[in-house]
Ligand binder design. Structure first.
Ligand SMILES: [Zn+2]
Ligand SMILES: [Zn+2]
Ligand SMILES: [Zn+2]
Ligand SMILES: [Zn+2]
Ligand SMILES: [Zn+2]
Length: 268
């Protein structure tokens, strides 16, 4: 009962383990105390007992209910390897899809369905076996499937084709799931890259802003200096003008009046 923890890609939260078999919950139910168990595990236990195996609180068949939705979601989304991984099956998928995959897994051991033949093989070898099995006889109605016996009354062409169809569908679901996971992990990776780029851009922006601030303050200081130099220049010019004016006035009083107008014009 339960799924072996080794089959999961990451370690499974304790809350998703069966209180009885300590494996990951399979076909789970929950008691009023919130503890969860595999259905067969707890039914077996309640034959002898009438309490929760974990906390010994009262528990009866009638108080068992389906797993809460959030726990079910957590359980369903666990990534699990196919039970035939050791035989070579590379498939991993969500727990909720693994039963469908395994029902059609190409590495699963199957028995030749032909009456009289008892050979066992991996499913992927069955088609080839059926083409050469000594007990082989094809459906006379034209579906092309092998008949299980000479007068196979259970054979229905439609049912055979539907079964093949179902197998293909479950394989497709797993493949789609794998692609979806692939796609999601790529998106996550791209997001991380973008986030790093944004952080780098922000740092660059901060650095640029510092440079601009330095330049602006340097510019402001320079224009203040220029203003000050202008004021100094004006002050100096005024001083010079005043000095010259006084000088000229003094010369005027010292010299004869004939050269007065010429002197003044050359100064201004
Ligand atoms: Zn169990
Ligand atoms: Zn309990
Ligand atoms: Zn498989
Ligand atoms: Zn056979
Ligand atoms: Zn047929």
């Amino acid at each position: 009962m339960g799924f072996d923890q080794d089959r999961f890609l990451v370690s499974v939260n304790d809350g998703l383990l069966c209180c009885i078999c300590r494996d990951v919950l399979e076909d789970p139910v929950q008691g009023g105390c919130e503890h969860a168990y595999c259905s067969p595990c707890i039914h077996g236990w309640l034959v002898q007992q009438s309490c929760c195996p974990e906390d010994r609180r009262d528990l009866h068949e009638t108080s068992l209910r389906p797993l809460s939705r959030y726990m079910k979601n957590d359980l369903d989304s666990l990534q699990i390897r196919c039970k035939n991984a050791s035989a070579g099956c590379q498939v991993t998928c969500r727990l909720e899809h693994v039963t469908a995959h395994e029902a059609g897994c190409q590495y699963d051991a199957v028995e030749c369905p032909l009456m009289g033949c008892s050979q066992t093989m991996e499913r992927r070898s069955l088609d080839e076996h059926l083409t050469r099995c000594q007990f082989r006889r094809l459906c006379p109605s034209g579906c092309g499937m092998p008949m299980l016996s000479a007068d196979d009354i259970q054979h229905s062409c439609i049912a055979e084709l539907r079964q093949t169809n179902d197998l293909l569908r479950s394989e497709m679901i797993c493949k789609l799931e794998e692609q979806k996971q692939d796609f999601l992990s790529k998106i996550v990776e791209m997001n991380q890259q973008h986030r790093q780029e944004i952080v780098a851009l922000r740092t660059t922006m901060v650095e640029l802003k510092e440079v601009v601030d330095v330049m602006v303050s340097r510019d402001r200081k320079r224009s203040e200096e220029i203003k000050k130099i202008g004021a100094d220049k004006r002050e100096l010019t005024n001083m010079l003008r005043n000095f010259l004016k006084q000088h000229v006035l003094r010369e005027d009083t010292d010299r004869p009046s004939t050269s007065k107008s010429k002197q003044t014009s050359s100064v201004v």
